[in-house]
Design a protein around this ligand. Structure first.
Ligand SMILES: Nc1nc2c(ncn2[C@@H]2O[C@H](COP(=O)(O)OP(=O)(O)O)[C@@H](O)[C@H]2O)c(=O)[nH]1
Ligand SMILES: [Mg+2]
Length: 406
């Protein structure tokens, strides 16, 4: 049975590329025939495509299974946070409810009513829920998976979509077992819960499913990271990039993956920034497009969960204030982005110029020739690389600081 995560893509360590091989060749020949202006339309199209890519994720399971809590966890929210899905309520709606991601509104999690509460067959349930619009389904259960869950999974697969079994509240199970036993072996207990789920689903017609045992209250534990990895790996290129940027910052690894995705946008921004938008900036030898720079910095901050809203949530969780948090992090990139801040950053990049250029030549074949054409691209490119590097360091600092705060 092709349970989604069993598809053998896990070994693919490369981050997704935005361009196909043909597109890269076209970029190169466009550049050779007409210079920078000639490559802009394709880049512009690509940036728009990235911005407009939607991701719709269906979360289904019976009332109380932990759907709303899971949706909040995926969005980096806790139930008391603004815009969080209400937790612990008895659902009355029979329609899917969409919850947009806090900084990537094209990524939406959909809370579906449990199939058991609708009396539909799996087929009519999925039609009613408009299954076509979802990229994949997460089936959540707080104890065993039911016959309904198995039927639903079978139908999802028949309709050509992927599904993932998520067994929630594993923290609560382990806690109560720990209370009752003298000897307690966590991984053995998890193994039992896992095989119980697997054999239940097996009897209901799904042989050897992958089941992810998670706690939405403690994402750094159990199978949460494996689940995120499986979900990302199974998505096609551009969607994988978008999903990666939408992940909660659980680990250094996730921060680095986000960094790699963002890096691939830098050269596009740099090339698009050359031209009418570029203005001379006092203190800098090359013209810079401040609008593009500032926009990119704000976007990087959001993707790395360093925007004010994310920092406010972290401050609340750790009993501090945003101001104190920013003082500790000591980054001028967390405040208002002014010309002064950018000039300071841009001056710093001259020294690392050569190695940055080597990286650029290595990662994007066409970029070397394009950059040969003008220094404003180079300035934007290196400034943004520097910004990204600094923000990733700050994000890792935040991660270390947040250790223990879920
Ligand atoms: N300990 C623990 N409790 C959870 C977890 N997920 C959900 N809950 C609790 O289970 C209850 C039902 O969760 P909710 O998300 O509202 O379920 P829904 O009805 O499927 O949306 C709430 O009291 C949650 O706090 C979890 O991973 N661990
Ligand atoms: Mg709910």
């Amino acid at each position: 049975m092709e349970n989604a995560s069993s598809s053998q893509q896990a070994t693919q360590s490369e981050t997704p590329t935005f361009f196909t091989q043909e597109e890269l060749s076209k970029l190169k020949s466009d550049f050779e025939t007409g210079g920078v202006e000639n490559v802009k339309p394709l880049l512009d199209k690509k940036v728009k495509e990235l911005e407009n890519t939607e991701l719709n994720i269906a979360v289904t399971g019976e009332t109380g299974a932990g759907k709303s809590t899971f949706i909040n966890a995926m969005r980096g929210l806790r139930s008391e946070d603004e815009r969080a899905a209400a937790v612990g309520n008895t659902e009355t709606t029979k329609e899917p409810t969409g919850y947009p991601h806090p900084y990537l509104p094209n990524v939406r999690y959909w809370d579906l009513p449990g199939i058991g509460s609708t009396r539909f067959t799996a087929g009519s349930y999925l039609r009613k829920m408009k299954f076509k619009k979802y990229d994949f389904f997460v089936i959540v259960a707080a104890a065993r998976f039911t016959e309904n869950d198995a039927k639903l999974a079978t139908e999802i697969k028949r309709l050509g979509k992927k599904f993932y079994f998520v067994r929630s509240k594993i923290d609560a199970d382990l806690y109560s077992m720990r209370q009752q036993r003298k000897e307690f072996d966590e991984s053995a207990e998890m193994g039992k819960i896992r095989s119980d789920c697997v054999s239940g689903l097996g009897k209901a017609g799904i042989p050897n499913p992958t089941v992810f045992l998670i706690s939405s209250l403690n994402k750094k534990m159990y199978d949460f990271d494996r689940l995120l990895e499986a979900l990302a790996d199974d998505l096609p290129n551009i969607k994988e990039s978008v999903f990666t940027l939408a992940l909660p910052n659980l680990s250094v690894e996730i921060i680095r993956k986000k960094g790699e995705v963002l890096k691939k946008r830098i050269w596009m921004s740099a090339i698009l920034s050359g031209g009418v938008g570029a203005i001379p900036v006092p203190g800098l030898s090359a013209a810079c497009d401040m609008g593009i720079l500032i926009g990119a910095i704000i976007y990087f901050r959001e993707c790395l969960c360093l925007d004010d809203a994310a920092l406010r949530r972290l401050a609340e969780r750790t009993g501090t204030s945003v101001e104190e948090l920013k003082d500790t992090l000591k980054s001028s990139l967390l405040g208002e982005i002014t010309v002064k801040v950018i000039v300071k950053l841009s001056l710093g990049v001259v020294a690392i110029g050569v190695s940055a250029m080597e990286v650029a030549l290595y990662s994007v074949p066409v970029i070397g020739s394009v950059f040969g054409a003008g220094s404003s691209f180079l300035m934007t490119y290196m400034t943004l690389n520097n910004v990204l590097h600094l923000l990733m360091e700050t994000a890792e600092q935040v991660l270390a600081f947040a250790k223990g705060a879920h």
